[in-house]
Design a protein around this ligand. Structure first.
Ligand code: PRP
Length: 182
């Protein structure tokens, strides 16, 4: 049912599986002795983070924040708002933020700065998808699954008006889907 709204698949399920495995190996190598807090930015992080942490062969703690910037549309509003804060201090801890996408860079930059201000020993970012063409602020994620061109993508956590997060792959939406709703 969801497939019919997708114009092009950018990351298939097999591709995502390979990416997650590779990132898990890199993170295991870099963090095995650091007992990091892996922080997911809700809600987009859920499928990626869930798969990624199972490829990380080490002790970790999990925590979540809910940051909003898009409010459901296809363009970033530019506002970054903390809807739900972490339930634990990050002071003197290594922090790894798991993101589904870095687009304008506003969300992640704000969160990284906040966690550094709170005294984290290190703050790094792993993102499934990086869209550097969307940047409005200079930012380079530390671990990138795949770089994609400037297109509006949905699936595997990424939404359009809260829908399509449960699509098991990442793809572009047919313009007719969002044009019909305007
Ligand atoms: C999306 C995405 C990132 C952010 C990236 O979150 O999950 O957190 O936008 O965009 P940026 O680089 O332009 O800041 P959103 O605010 O839509 O919330 P969601 O995770 O609930 O979809």
């Amino acid at each position: 049912m969801l497939d019919k709204d997708i114009e092009k698949v950018l990351l298939s399920q097999d591709t995502i599986r390979d990416i997650v495995k590779r990132l898990g190996q890199e993170l295991t190598r870099d963090y095995h002795d650091k007992f990091p807090i892996v922080i997911g930015l809700l809600k987009g992080c859920i499928p990626f983070m869930s798969d990624l942490i199972r490829e990380m062969d080490m002790h970790i703690e999990l925590s979540f924040m809910n940051i909003s910037s898009y409010f459901g549309g296809i363009e970033s509003t530019g506002d970054v708002k903390i809807e739900m804060d972490l339930g634990m201090p990050v002071k003197n801890r290594h922090v790894l933020i798991a993101e589904d996408i870095v687009d304008t860079g506003r969300t992640i930059k704000a969160v990284v700065e906040l966690l550094k201000y709170r005294g984290a020993l290190s703050v790094k970012v792993v993102t499934l998808v990086d869209k550097p063409a969307g940047r409005v602020t200079e930012y380079q994620p530390d671990y990138v699954g795949q770089t994609i061109p400037k297109a509006f993508v949905v699936g595997y956590g990424l939404d359009y008006e809260e829908k399509y997060r449960n699509l098991p792959y990442v793809g572009t939406l047919k313009p007719s889907v969002y044009m019909n709703e305007e």
